[in-house]
Write a protein that binds this ligand. Structure first.
Ligand code: UDP
Length: 240
């Protein structure tokens, strides 16, 4: 008998940071392995998992812009960075026996499938983990926005916003202010009106307009993905 899970279909947003691990940059397969063990666990519970990967561990458009590059061009590089992370993640997942498909928003057919919404849903129904790479495919957007967009498109129950060493949303930066207070529950409107740093504002508005709940939680504590999936309120939940 399977445990009852609170969510059936989830989008996990993994930032580049989560792939870099302690080294803080680039790709760290051992860090990915630890995370994949936890993903395997919820995959075994029958949860349909789609992952949106970031690329900040390799490159960000804003870095290029600061160096004098054209922003759109630098953003294309950022999108390619997310593809590298997606392939690393796919490799580790498949080595652990989890079937996967990578879909890219910008076509590169020799490497991965192009993003096709209905096909992504079919993969999920068949128990494959779908990794969405390339962000939205447009410059000036982020992978947080991609997570909100894909969540709406595939009808995900929730976006799991996995954070590195932060266990939720606070009223001020807990690393700077010892008196910072954590929120257990927030509305999307709270996040936007209080200017809380959960997602960028485009991603927040999209989540609000489409009624997509988020759970912000600490990825670095083992068992947390499972706790969230089983409905334990360990982080901050953001809803309508
Ligand atoms: N990016 C983009 N369009 C998108 C998603 C991402 O241009 O729809 C680029 C952008 O340059 C961004 C980089 O890819 O800086 C990496 O994505 P993101 O910053 O969201 O990664 P994370 O912070 O999650 O590691």
């Amino acid at each position: 008998t399977k445990e009852t899970t609170k969510y059936k279909r989830v989008i996990l947003k993994l930032s580049g940071e989560a792939i870099a691990g302690k080294q803080g940059f680039g790709i760290h397969p051992d860090t990915i392995k630890e995370m994949v063990e936890e993903l395997k666990d919820i995959h075994d519970l029958g949860v349909e998992i789609a992952i949106v990967v970031g690329g900040g561990n390799i490159w960000r458009g804003t870095i290029g812009e600061e160096m004098g590059m054209e922003r759109a061009q630098a953003d294309y590089m950022g999108m390619l960075a997310t593809v590298m992370n997606a392939l690393a993640l796919q490799d580790v997942l498949e080595n652990s026996g989890v079937p996967t498909r990578v879909q890219t928003s910008v076509e590169m057919r020799q490497i991965a499938e192009p993003y096709i919404r209905r096909r992504a849903i079919r993969h999920l129904e068949k128990g494959r983990v779908v990794i969405f790479a390339g962000g939205t495919g447009n410059p000036y957007f982020t992978t947080d926005t991609t997570a909100a967009l894909r969540a709406a498109e595939i009808n995900a129950d929730v976006i799991l916003m996995a954070k590195n060493n932060v266990d939720g949303v606070y009223d001020s930066d807990p690393k700077e202010n010892k008196a910072a207070v954590k929120y257990d529950n927030l509305t999307h409107l709270d996040v936007i009106s209080k200017g809380l740093k959960v997602m960028d504002s485009t991603a927040s508005s999209l989540s609000m307009d489409n009624d997509i709940p988020l759970v912000v939680f600490n990825l670095n504590e083992s068992g947390n993905i499972r706790r969230v999936i089983l409905g334990e309120n360990i982080g901050t939940t953001v809803e309508a």
